[in-house]
Each structure stands twice: as structure tokens, then as C-alpha cells.
Design a binder for this molecule. Structure first.
Ligand code: PEP
Ligand code: MG
Length: 301
């Protein structure tokens, strides 16, 4: 499904790649992977778990969640790479009626994503337990990450609870500009960042991501958005930790080179986007990607 995009890791150079496994269309075969979506990607960069339960009025039990996650994990060959599971991102554009969240005047700025834990502690703990158990049953290599994290304190609290369940790699999404500004501090708490450019653009430009008249502001090549991505990528480089992009921008063949030029280490996208993005990157050196990023961020734009 679109919600289980492949993750493409960016090697040292974007194209003219020293490691053919990252640019050859037959790389998957060479690595013994089956053809199809698994042949050309490295794992799953964003498993949107809330999509399993959209519209539900009754909460999924622990056992139901274990079964649902294990079913997905079973479809992913272990050799395909790790699976990054995002904990429930409820609210605004992704309603989960079973949570019975209170009506809010500004739901996009309210209790959504990780913030649900403030109102309903237990939902996150049960989910983390279920993901851990499903990973164990399926023998899957699973990381977890939280959506809508705003502060290093939130990242630390999430990481503590995930690590207590044995997850070796714990990350958070950067979707709130405050988190990008404090990326270095957040990276002291977690193992990786995944930049959600859909929401990061919405919150950086104060422009509703569902508003058809504001598409220009939400353009992922906007210099201010790229500057926030760059902050995260630099923080990752300094910390020696991966920083990916999992918003729609990563699957855009014109934007992906900019993200690579800014220093992101992986791109997560819908499988259908992989061939075009791979082609775009295979034709460019890392320095050319950097040059494109510099041009895109020209203050005159
Ligand atoms: C994002 O905000 O960029 C993201 C990947 O999360 P979603 O689109 O599910 O909000
Ligand atoms: Mg988001």
C-alpha cells in the first residue's frame, strides 16, 4: 500500500554511485531480493499504523494490534531491510474515532500524534507492546518513531518507553519547526530523525496542508522548508546519526536531489515513486545535488 513506502538510502554520492547496489535497477536481484517493490528499495521508511484503524469506533485490542502488525511484517522479506513503524498519528486529517478525542477549535494545533499520550496514557504503551510482540513473532527488524514531536523532552520520554520494550533503534519525526530548531538536542535522545515535510511545511508556513488555495506556500522546494531540512541534516551529520525525509517531497524527482544536497541520508516514498527518483539521483553527483540545493535556497527566490 501507499502507506508502506520503500526507503532509499543515499550513499556518499547521489548518482555516479560508488556502490552499484544503490543505483542499478538490478541491484535487488544481485542482492538476492525478489523483483517487485522489494528489489529496488531498502526496507520500509514509514509504516503509518493509524491507517489500519481509520474510522474505527472501537479501540483495537492489544491482540488485534499484534495480529495486524505481524501480518504486515510477514509481507516484508527480512533481507529487504528494516521497517520503521510510526506510532499512531491521530487527529485532524487522520481521525481515529475510537480515541474519542475532545472537539477542538484548532485540531491541527491540538492533541494529535504523540500528544494523545497526554490525554490517554496507555494507548501508546499498548501500541509499543503490540509492535514489539509482532516484531518478535514475525522475526522482523523493526524501529519505532513518534509523530508530532516538538521538544527534546518529548523525544526523551518516547525513547525511554520504546527502549524499555527492547527496540534497538528509536526515532522521532520532525514535523514541527521547533523540533527542527532543536534537532541537535533531540538527536541526543534518539537514534534517527525522519523529517515529515508535509506537516513541517504546514507548520512552518502556517498554511493548512489540505487547503487547495495554499499549494504555493506548501511547495516542498520553498527555501524556508529546505532550510529546516538542512538544520536537521547538519545535526545528523554532527551526531553521526541518520536523518531521512519521509514526506511526499522525498518522492518528487525534482525535490529529492535538493534533499540529498542538503545532507539527508535516506528518502522514504511510495513504491511507485522509486524508479523516477532513482533515475533522477543516478544522473547527478553529490556535488551537483549540493549546487541545486544552494540555488534553490537563493534568498532572492
Ligand atoms: C509528513 O507529515 O510529512 C508525514 C510523512 O506524515 P503524514 O503525511 O502522515 O502526516
Ligand atoms: Mg505528518
Amino acid at each position: 500500500s501507499r502507506e508502506e513506502p520503500g526507503s532509499v538510502h543515499i550513499p556518499q554520492a547521489a548518482g555516479k554511485d560508488p556502490d552499484p547496489a544503490h543505483s542499478s535497477p538490478t541491484a535487488g536481484e544481485e542482492r538476492g531480493l525478489s523483483r517487485g517493490i522489494w528489489g529496488d528499495v531498502e526496507g520500509v521508511g514509514l509504516f503509518r499504523t493509524e491507517f489500519l484503524f481509520l474510522g474505527r469506533t472501537e479501540a483495537p485490542s492489544y491482540e488485534e494490534q499484534v495480529a495486524a502488525y505481524a501480518e504486515v511484517f510477514a509481507e516484508i522479506p527480512r533481507e529487504a531491510g528494516p521497517v520503521v513503524v510510526r506510532t499512531l498519528d491521530a487527529g485532524t486529517d487522520k481521525p481515529l474515532p475510537f480515541l474519542r478525542l475532545p472537539e477542538e477549535p484548532n485540531p491541527a494545533l491540538g492533541v494529535r500524534g504523540l500528544r494523545v499520550d497526554r490525554l490517554l496514557p496507555g494507548v501508546l504503551d499498548t501500541q509499543l507492546d503490540a509492535i514489539a510482540e509482532a516484531a518478535r513473532r514475525a522475526g522482523a527488524d523493526v524501529s519505532v518513531m513518534a509523530p508530532m514531536v516538538a521538544t527534546p523532552g518529548e523525544a526523551a520520554a518516547f525513547a525511554g518507553r520504546a527502549r524499555a520494550r527492547g527496540f534497538a533503534r528509536v526515532g522521532v519525526m520532525v514535523e514541527v519547526p521547533a523540533a527542527a530548531l532543536r534537532a541537535s538536542w533531540i538527536l541526543r535522545e534518539v537514534d534517527f530523525l525522519s523529517v515529515g515535510t508535509n506537516d513541517l511545511a504546514q507548520y512552518a508556513f502556517a498554511a493548512d496542508r489540505q487547503h487547495p488555495g495554499l499549494a504555493g506556500l506548501l511547495d516542498p522546494a520553498q527555501p524556508a522548508l529546505l532550510a529546516l531540512v538542512e538544520m536537521c541534516a547538519r545535526a545528523g551529520l554532527e551526531a553521526g546519526k541518520p536523518v531521512g525525509v519521509c514526506g511526499e517531497a522525498a518522492g518528487d524527482p525534482l525535490v529529492a536531489p535538493l534533499l540529498v544536497g542538503l545532507g539527508v541520508t535516506s528518502l522514504s516514498m511510495a513504491p511507485v515513486c522509486v524508479p523516477l527518483v532513482r533515475d533522477a539521483l543516478a544522473g547527478l553527483t553529490l556535488e551537483e545535488c549540493r549546487e541545486r540545493a544552494r540555488t534553490a535556497m537563493d534568498p532572492a527566490r
